[in-house]
Design a protein around this ligand. Sequence first.
Ligand code: URA
Length: 228
Amino acid sequence: MVQWIERSPPKAKIVVRFHMGAQKIMDKQAALQKLEEEMRSDKSLQLDTNLVFGEGNLDCAVMFIGEAPGEQEDTQKRPFVGRGGQLLNKMIEKIGWKREDVYITNIVKRRPPNNRDPLPEEIEAYKPYLTKQIEIINPKIVATLGRFSMNYFNPNLKISRDHGKVFRLNASRRPTAEGVLGMNGRLLVPFFHPAAVLRNPNLLGEYEKEFKKLPKIVEKFDELLNSN
Ligand code: URA
């Protein structure tokens, strides 16, 4: 089910943080730390570069999910800190938000050699951890960056056709060994990967417009999720 959002700019600054209680934030922090430790000791996980777990606001409405760390990310152990990350930051700031208002991670949490595309078995190996990470952070909106992460959540979408649109995430289609992905009750908004926009600057205007729809999607979240 596809929902379009009107392309009008936000009238007022939308609050991204939900002012969750301090205890709840601490619980999330502890759960994420435990998850990161589990990942570190999981020898079945593919790739042996640095673990780039993710970072940001644990009380966020929007969680950005990219593909896999690149060289800069591997060195700094932080997601989206290279040129693509700078563009992502700029887009977030265009909305009037800060990078610290959102959470940022990847489907695969270690850099594939020579920045090659992640393999299906690598994506599969990291899946239980991403599932748990999303459940802990519990964002309303999963904003994917690029085709790999978009198709991770919905293999029927096409980035050239579906970027900037809003979809309902539905877990029931995608049972995993761990159970069902904890996705019901969230929206999916696919964006181009920032590296694709850097390669094709003609996309920049559209990219910016699509990012600027995010506050409205947050504002109208309940309506969008529950509309027919
Ligand atoms: N590209 C990604 O998909 N993720 C990063 O963290 C950096 C570049």
